[in-house]
Structures are given as structure tokens and as C-alpha cells.
Design a protein around this ligand. Structure first.
Ligand code: IPE
Ligand code: IPE
Ligand code: MG
Length: 251
């Protein structure tokens, strides 16, 4: 829920008229953050979870409508069991610790991806957080868990096909978009990837069709509010044409 006034947003060096509606983040670099410090990878994931709080709070306070976070991809299932176990434990710990505050800030939590793959304790924790916050009016916080863009598209195609058969309507882009996990959040305006890699890694393939892309070498545990402000400033300077021509009258 937006809590800052235009003046306060301007004081952060941001343009209140150029705040993206939907921000998506590939939170990458936890492992390298840890190994670079001689720590086990799990310590990087723990530090990564700590970075979440400030980023979620700030996006909510400046009035971003949707924040979609890549926490675990379908491909991440290839990782060692031990690392997956650590991530599951951190996820439960995170929700137990933060859910009250998220709820009181009006955040609406939605997991995207196939949650059924996770241990029951993870499913329960996440489902509870979703149910408790389902009617909240503030930031839509989508957390990608066992998420893959291709799997999401396949699922949406199947659901759209069912709808088409039932209603006789011709499937179109709008129909498919209605069956994406993120239907309520719409297209991504700004996609941020931390950790230095410049790739999409199967994230939100449909929704990023016209997203502005922002890559930074900063590893996720070091991605502070100031780093987010840099990304938002960069975004505010982009000219989005959506295939059309400049609209400000200049050549
Ligand atoms: C991202 O950090 C978090 C997850 C994929 C769960 P990584 O674990 O991929 O960190 P790096 O890329 O190995 O540094
Ligand atoms: C993308 O990071 C997935 C998440 C951040 C959850 P990865 O570390 O899994 O991506 P690749 O393997 O470098 O493409
Ligand atoms: Mg990685």
C-alpha cells in the first residue's frame, strides 16, 4: 500500500509518475555471495532472505502494485537435496517471522508455480499465508516457487482450451493471459536480475514481452533499497515505445 507522498518519493530521487506497476526480480547470486566469503551456500540463501524485507517494504511504500519474486525455478529441482532442504526451511522460517507484518501492511501473497512438489510443511505455510492475506488491498506479492515460464504457458494453454470448448469462444491473447498465474498483475514493466548473469532463466516468458530489463552485478544479498532506487531511476529514464513511434514530438 502506498504510504509515501509524491514529495517523499521525489526526495528519494524518484519520479512519482514513473513508478512501474509491476516489478519482477530474479534474485540471483546467493551462492556466489557466500562462497566468495568462504561460507556455505546456505549462508547466502539466509542472507538473501534477509534482503527481502526492505525491498518488499519499499516497493509497497512507493506504490508499486505488483512485485513478482523468483525464489525457486523448476530447474532448481536439479540442485542437491541438501540445498533444497535448506531453502524449504528458510521459506517456512521467513513466513513464520514476517507474515504478521506483511499482513498488517496490506500485502497480498500469492505463490506461483507448482507448490504441490514441495514437502507438506512448505505447502501448508504458503497456503496459510495466501489465505490470510487474500483480501488485502495492498502490494500483490507473487512468489515464484517451483515456477517455470514454459510450464506456466502450457498450463494456461490447457485452461484456455477448456474454456474455449466450454464457451465456444475463440482463444485469443487475452484469454490466455487470464489463465496465467499472474493474471491479476498483468505484464511486467521492469525486470531486474541481480548476480551478474544476463538471462531470463525461464521466468515470466509471456509477461516480459515488453518489460524493461535491468541487470546488475550486485548479488542478491547485497541488493539494498539504494540498489532498487538505481534500478527504478534507470527505468524512469527509458522510453517505452511498444513498437510504436516516439510520442513526445521529437525525431
Ligand atoms: C539464487 O541464488 C537463489 C536460487 C536459485 C534459489 P543462486 O543459488 O542461484 O546463487 P548463485 O547463482 O549460485 O550465486
Ligand atoms: C534463476 O537463477 C532462478 C532463481 C533466482 C530462483 P538460477 O541461478 O537458477 O539461474 P541460472 O541457472 O543461472 O540460469
Ligand atoms: Mg544462480
Amino acid at each position: 500500500m502506498r504510504t509515501y507522498s509524491d514529495e517523499e518519493i521525489t526526495a528519494f530521487g524518484l519520479n512519482p509518475n514513473r513508478i512501474p506497476n509491476h516489478v519482477a526480480i530474479v534474485m540471483d547470486g546467493n551462492g556466489r555471495w557466500a562462497t566468495g566469503r568462504g561460507l556455505p551456500r546456505g549462508a547466502g540463501h539466509r542472507a538473501g532472505v534477509q534482503a527481502l524485507k526492505d525491498i518488499i517494504r519499499f516497493t509497497s511504500d512507493i506504490g508499486v502494485e505488483s512485485l513478482t519474486l523468483y525464489a525457486f525455478s523448476t530447474e532448481n529441482r536439479k540442485r542437491p537435496k541438501e540445498e533444497i532442504g535448506i531453502l524449504c526451511g528458510l521459506l517456512i522460517e521467513y513466513f513464520n517471522r514476517e507474515i504478521d507484518e506483511l499482513h498488517s501492511n496490506g500485502v497480498r501473497i500469492l505463490s506461483i508455480g507448482d507448490l504441490n512438489w514441495f514437502p507438506t510443511a512448505v505447502q501448508q505455510t504458503v497456503r496459510e499465508a495466501e489465505a490470510r492475506t487474500a483480501k488485502n488491498p495492498g502490494l500483490k506479492l507473487n512468489i515464484a516457487l517451483n515456477y517455470g515460464g514454459r510450464a506456466e504457458l502450457l498450463r494456461a494453454m490447457r485452461l484456455a482450451d477448456e474454456e474455449a470448448k466450454k464457451t465456444g469462444a475463440e482463444p485469443d491473447e487475452a484469454m490466455l493471459a487470464r489463465h496465467l498465474y499472474t493474471a491479476d498483475s498483468g505484464d511486467v514493466d521492469l525486470l531486474i536480475r541481480t548476480g551478474g548473469e544476463e538471462r531470463v532463466s525461464n521466468f515470466l516468458l509471456w509477461q516480459i514481452a515488453y518489460a524493461e530489463l535491468y541487470f546488475t552485478d550486485v548479488k542478491w544479498p547485497d541488493f539494498t533499497r539504494d540498489e532498487l532506487i538505481k534500478a527504478l531511476q534507470d527505468y524512469a529514464g527509458r522510453e517505452r515505445r511498444f513498437g510504436g513511434l516516439k510520442t513526445d514530438g521529437t525525431k
